[in-house]
Design a protein around this ligand. Structure first.
Ligand code: NAI
Length: 277
């Protein structure tokens, strides 16, 4: 059911790679809620072509931008304002990539050039997007930035390696820039810390299936899906959350507040019994 929550709002949605992407679901919901927006992804992701299908569905223009390039980001804002006919009300940062994870490097054997790449793509790009927007005065008063994070920023998940550090930086940038942009223009900045989700970025993390199952068993509501995440993000772009800023908002079915669940206790008891047989 649509509520017209984003009626008349203009946005930029990054990171829609394929139908599984969280950004893909956000784009569909944003369209349903009445927004107009542009879609953006790294030039290399464009070659896969799926984003064109989404663009047609959403009646949106695609603007290619490498999130680490200030020039590309500037072009993204300038073109988006041109295409959409005015300043921007919401921006989704749905970008993450770690060469170390891709190459299965453990935390004690990281390649530092790749580490910097992970930080640049997954965290500093959020700062670049806000600093560029500020310089161009591209965002309307009461605009909203959202980036996607993961609980490995606060707690250790060994297989998440340098992405955990990138997420910690990302969340810190949301606080730092949230303060600045709030004072300047009443613009709010938040991160949404999402449950493990079966996407290209998600399932690239070593041991993801186990993470996923574990989080599902621990969470009273189960894992939040990409679609659930999209619904939540839409509320953060809407005027219903005007006073929420500088927060890391946990969207995880309750996972982060549970010590041990009954379901997990049952599972472990079963393992124990099997071992004794
Ligand atoms: P995804 O693989 O569909 O999206 C990641 C996107 O980042 C892709 O579209 C990719 O092309 C883009 N990207 C990579 N390098 C880029 C660059 N240099 N410039 C511009 N774009 C670039 O996967 P998903 O899961 O939808 O990821 C979106 C966000 O959600 C990421 O920040 C991820 O860390 C975060 N997240 C994902 C979770 C999961 O379990 N899937 C859990 C919590 C957060």
């Amino acid at each position: 059911m649509a509520y017209g929550l984003l009626k008349g709002k203009r946005g930029i949605i990054t990171g829609a790679l394929d139908e599984k992407s969280i950004a893909w679901k956000v784009a569909l919901k944003a369209k349903e809620e009445g927004a107009t927006f542009t879609l953006s992804n790294a030039p290399i992701a464009m070659r896969m072509g799926a984003i064109k299908q989404l663009a047609e569905q959403c009646d949106a223009e695609i603007i290619s931008a490498d999130a680490t390039s200030l020039e590309d980001i500037e072009n993204l804002y300038t073109k988006s304002m041109d295409v959409l006919g005015g300043k921007i009300d919401f921006v989704l940062h749905s970008i993450g990539m770690s060469p170390n994870i891709r190459k299965n490097k453990p935390y004690g054997d990281l390649n530092y050039e790749w580490y910097q790449k992970s930080l640049d793509v997954s965290a500093l790009s959020f700062h670049k997007m806000m600093q560029t927007a500020e310089k161009l005065d591209a965002i309307n008063e009461w605009g909203s930035f959202v980036a996607l994070s993961y609980i490995a920023a606060q707690r250790t998940f060994p297989f998440y390696t340098d992405m955990a550090d990138a997420k910690a930086v990302l969340e810190s940038i949301a606080r730092g820039y949230g303060y600045r942009y709030g004072k300047l223009k009443n613009v709010r900045v938040n991160t949404v810390s999402q449950s493990p989700t079966m996407t290209t970025a998600g399932s690239g993390v070593g041991g993801f299936d186990v993470f996923y199952e574990y989080a599902g068993i621990m969470s009273p509501l189960g894992n939040a899906t990409a679609e659930d995440c999209a619904n939540y993000v839409i509320t953060l772009f809407s005027d219903l959350t005007r006073m929420v800023t500088m927060q890391n908002l946990l969207h995880d079915g309750g996972f982060s507040s549970v010590g041990i669940s009954e379901d997990m206790a049952v599972k472990l008891t079963q393992v124990h019994q099997q071992q004794q047989q």
